[in-house]
Design a protein around this ligand. Structure first.
Ligand code: DNO
Length: 394
């Protein structure tokens, strides 16, 4: 595996010359400053590449921009409405410009409106580290009492709504702000942030789209861009739904093995690949990640290793230590290494880029402004543990 690390550009509190020291050779980044949906120009790509390549170190230790995560798919493309034709043309130009700059692994997602969500950004574990958590009753409280979505009743039981109301009443203002930050698109890598009214309006608009429609829209989009993916040998890789729940009642179509089967049936080629995100898929205990790797390993173009601890009596989960959660990380890594061996035997590039996904906020990072889930020290700790497993298995 190629060891990589996510970096949110010059404004990221995790400095790139520190990232160089944690033991990676690849950077995973995105041009978040470019207006949502507009093309990534050659000039802007080169500008970011230059910063990465110039990290002060000796020649052989150069960092490189390994993965574009993500090249955002505009919501009009997902809903196949509004200016979707324009945004598909912009997207095609971005793909070509990235490829011309030798950035060939490109991550994306097809989650409607909002990317990943959590409800608690400061969830303290028993050893005082800070983790991210998803609490379904807090999601209910947000939908019922903050967003005030009409059809929330359909998705929650009476009892859940009663409990959510009690929780909401006890919430401090800071907790309500944190809830809004996460659920209005404020978490890193979200393509855009919403106001309460904007989100309500967009959810209403998306209501016309069901699971089948969204799948069809993904297929139409892939058909449009696949010639470019093939011609430029792009390792395109869709990120799973995080979490694999229909957030706000909107369909999510990359949540399980069936969805992966559907995606790979559109074009049976590694240019139409997946991002294996263990933390996202792992939230649903019905997902057997080891089976998914065995069946769809050849489509894995990018890997996020993250662990979670589920609450077996609800949809709740929190992000645990990379090796200490409900996911058997050693078995997962074993299967990934096996897949890489198969690729090596078939003369296929076999060094799959992997990044430690998220990390607890620990030690001095707790006294700093960090991007939730993306502290330097917590991710460094996770990477070190994962590298230890890989070394031992190799
Ligand atoms: C969360 C990330 C996601 C991922 C995007 C990919 O931390 O795993 O935001 O980057 O969904 O498009």
């Amino acid at each position: 595996m190629e060891f990589t690390f996510r970096w949110f550009g010059p404004k990221d509190p995790a400095k790139i010359n520190h990232i160089r020291q944690v033991g990676v050779t690849g950077i995973v980044t995105s041009l978040n400053h470019i207006k949502y949906g507009e093309k990534w120009t050659d000039y802007e790509i080169k500008k970011r590449k230059k910063i990465i390549n110039e990290v002060k170190n000796s020649k052989e230790l150069k960092l490189k921009w390994s993965v574009a995560e993500s090249l955002p798919v505009h919501n009009d493309i997902k809903s196949r409405s509004g200016k979707y034709k324009y945004y598909i043309d912009q997207y095609k130009d971005s793909l070509v410009n990235l490829s011309k700059n030798k950035i060939k692994t490109i991550c994306y997602n097809f989650m409607p409106l909002i990317d990943w969500v959590r409800t608690d950004l400061n969830y303290k574990l028993e050893n005082n580290v800070i983790a991210l958590k998803y609490d379904h009753l807090k999601m209910c409280a947000f939908e019922k009492f903050i967003l005030k979505i009409k059809d929330a009743e359909k998705r929650y039981t009476k009892n859940q709504i009663i409990k959510a109301k009690e929780i909401y009443k006890k919430m401090k203002n800071s907790e309500k702000q944190s809830l809004k930050k996460s659920l209005l698109g404020g978490l890193a890598a979200n393509d855009r942030k919403f106001s309460i009214n904007e989100l309500k309006y967009e959810i209403d608009k998306f209501k016309e789209i069901n699971h089948t429609d969204l799948r069809n829209n993904l297929k139409s989009f892939l058909i449009e861009i696949f010639p470019i993916l093939r011609e430029h040998q792009i390792k395109y890789c869709i990120h799973p739904d995080d979490p694999p729940y229909n957030i706000f009642g909107l369909p999510r179509i990359m949540s399980n093995e069936n969805d992966i089967k559907y995606l790979t049936s559109i074009f049976k080629h590694e240019n139409n690949g997946i991002t294996l995100c263990t933390g996202s898929l792992g939230v649903d205990k019905k997902n057997n990640i080891e089976i998914i790797i065995k069946k769809y390993g050849k489509y894995i173009n990018f890997i996020h290793l993250r662990n979670i601890k589920r609450d077996n009596n609800s949809k709740n989960f929190y992000e645990s230590d990379h090796l200490d959660g409900d996911i058997n990380m050693v078995n997962i890594i074993k299967l990934i290494l096996k897949e890489e061996k198969i690729r090596e035997r078939n003369n296929r590039p076999f060094n799959i880029p992997m990044r430690p996904d998220h990390g607890h906020t620990i030690i001095y990072d707790q006294d700093k402004i960090i991007i939730p889930g993306y502290s330097l020290l917590g991710r460094m700790k996770g990477l070190a543990e994962l590298k230890g497993i890989i070394k031992a298995l190799n």
